[in-house]
Design a protein around this ligand. Sequence first.
Ligand code: LLP
Length: 413
Amino acid sequence: MLKFVKNTPFIEDTSLNDILRVCKTPFYIYSQEMINQKVNYTKKILGNNIFFSVKSNSNQAVLKLMQNLGLGADVVSIGELKRSLTAGFDPNKIIFEGVGKSKDDLLYAIQKNIRLINTESLEEIKLLEKLAKEKKKKINIGVRLNPNIDGDTINKISTGKKTDKFGIEINDINYIINLIKNSPSLNLISISCHIGSQISKIDAYKNTFAEMKKAADKFVNAGVEIKHVDLGGGFHVKYKEGDPNFEIQDVKRELDICFGKSKYDISFEPGRYLTAESGMLITSIITKKQNGGINYLIVDAGMHTLIRPAMYNAYHEIEAINNKSKNKISYAIAGPICESSDVFQKDIKLSEQSIGDILLIKNAGAYGKVMSSNYNTRELPAEILVNKDVFAVIYSPQKIEKYIDEDITPSWL
Ligand code: LLP
């Protein structure tokens, strides 16, 4: 994503130094060209039925770009639904899922006539039936099934085992069929699944597809006309050397073997795969210190800016702009937050760094800014979109004073 031209770092045709002049660190930066390429490649292999998982990067500019590129939106909250509508997605290209949708959430989605509400529990199907009847509407729904497949990924981002909270157990299909057949207001037209994120093992996809095909056929044989089969997201992204080589062509091969001859309309909901590699977090070194023989570089990004390392032990490659000295030093890169887990890397070899130098934390375009917080009462990071030789600030954080003003001190204090 970054190239050096005469020792000056560039993203596309924009100099990082120009951005640093107008935007204070830490901030996220995205390359529009890289997002375009990744989306077009994914569409070329998997077809046009791609619903971008909004949770991975929900900036309005990114959503608008995804919409321009012809994708639909996969949302998991009313906030994400509102974001997607505001960005201009056709309601007919929005799928709403999530394990905890409230009555108000469902009513809002019904009113907006979105493509599908994917239900995740038997109780939710019953509630939707009641709401649709009250509104005198016939609505299209999907059910998210839990295929009981271990995606062999980080435990915290696994969603497809039967003990995970997501989806409805495949064993409950007969019960669902019964509910739908007795429902005057619901059309069950889709089944979906998502077994987790960062799934690299092709067997996990193969087994999931087989379970989903069996499930779809079971509905159809019972007279429930399933038209769409949504196979979720979860495509693996390489964060470091040695990570598995994952290719979506392999997914496509398994897809064709399993669904090739069927008439189901297949869709996917990737998030990370489309944006992770096109984003970087730019941070500067606040100070240096040595503790117990460890050379710490304390930077202004931290777990409040990018929580993945602290939360999942996730690895993000870090590159220094200052690579002048040939002699490499082992550093630990840590954020400013008062928690021991606020460390990005414990042992990275870099040229000698100085206070004020810039570091780049890579592959941060997915689950970066969206998971940032004001912890320790710090500002959120800004976001920048680069498009060839121009760039725009696409998120400008509120000042800390605004957050303080939002608290309300009761009169008795
Ligand atoms: N569909 C559903 C129903 C999902 O729950 C998710 C992600 C996706 C699609 C998109 O998955 P992707 O293609 O991005 O892997 N915060 C974690 C990732 C959590 C993913 C949650 N669900 C991380 O930073 O790794």
